[in-house]
Write a protein that binds this ligand. Structure first.
Ligand code: IYR
Length: 254
């Protein structure tokens, strides 16, 4: 009976949680996991940046800025972009579902089409969808509906989250926590781009999701997460004079 209660309520039983009990129940019902069920292997710690790895990583990422003016004539080698996306693809994900797609656009006509879609919506966003306070809050950043960077940047990385997947047998596969998983991947991508000496900008084009998905011919289970122009900063590129919060303002010790 104690076991039964533990099973129903997902509570701990004698210091041991009920995962074993749960899996037995799942096995009995004939359910199969989406992943192969294999013996675990020995963990080998990967490379570190040591000595002073954390400080060196901080020194790297603190130099990142959101760039809105790109050099249209200086194009990074695609292998850099590929390695950055490889890095992003190491992100943890819900039940290891890897629910992300990175579309890399370098074709000029397609970048122009993306720009037209985004500018069309941004004009409406700035004039009606975003309220006056929002538009006012953006004033220090000097953003505007015209997005020159969408055609100047040599690459646009359009990240989609996959809301679900499909098993080999054609059944619907759950993509747990697909938004946070893909957002973590985006964070790793930003760090990798910075490590490669590249510049980027995280944009979340409001109301452009389905138009961009159609343009890029992505399936219906893929939803736009972010769009990143990537390249090198234009000569004389300006950025807002921003300060970051101190550690004591963001960390609470217990
Ligand atoms: N997506 C718009 C507006 C915008 C919104 C926020 I919040 C920003 O931090 C920056 C811009 C644009 O890209 O202009």
């Amino acid at each position: 009976f104690k076991n039964w209660i533990a099973q129903k309520k997902h509570i701990e039983l004698d210091g041991q949680d009920d995962i074993a009990v749960e899996s037995t129940e799942a096995e009995n019902s004939g359910l199969q996991p989406a992943l192969d069920e294999k013996p675990h292997v020995t963990y080998h710690p990967g490379e570190s940046l040591n000595p002073q790895g954390a400080r060196r990583f901080y020194d790297l990422v603190r130099g990142r800025r959101s760039i809105r003016s790109f050099n249209p004539t200086k194009k990074p080698d695609i292998s850099l972009i590929e390695d950055c996306i490889r890095a992003a693809g190491t992100a943890p994900s819900g039940a290891h579902t890897e629910p992300w797609t990175f579309c890399v656009v370098e074709d000029g006509e397609m970048k122009q089409s993306i720009r037209e879609i985004v500018e069309h919506e941004e004009r409406i966003n700035y004039s009606t969808r975003m309220n006056a306070q929002w538009v006012t809050d953006l004033r220090p950043l000097q953003t505007k509906p015209i997005k020159q960077y969408l055609t100047d940047a040599p690459y646009l990385i359009v990240m989609f989250k996959q809301t679900h997947g499909t098993t080999a047998e054609g059944r619907r596969k759950m993509h747990y926590y697909n938004e946070i998983s893909t957002s973590i991947a985006a964070g790793i991508l930003l760090c990798a781009l910075q490590a490669a000496g590249l510049c980027s900008l995280v944009t979340t084009p409001l109301n452009c999701g389905s138009a961009l998905r159609n343009l890029l011919q992505r399936p219906i289970n893929e939803k736009l997460l972010v769009l990143l122009p990537v390249g090198y900063a234009a000569d004389g590129c300006l950025v807002p004079d921003l300060k970051r919060k101190n550690l004591t303002d963001i960390m609470v010790k217990y």
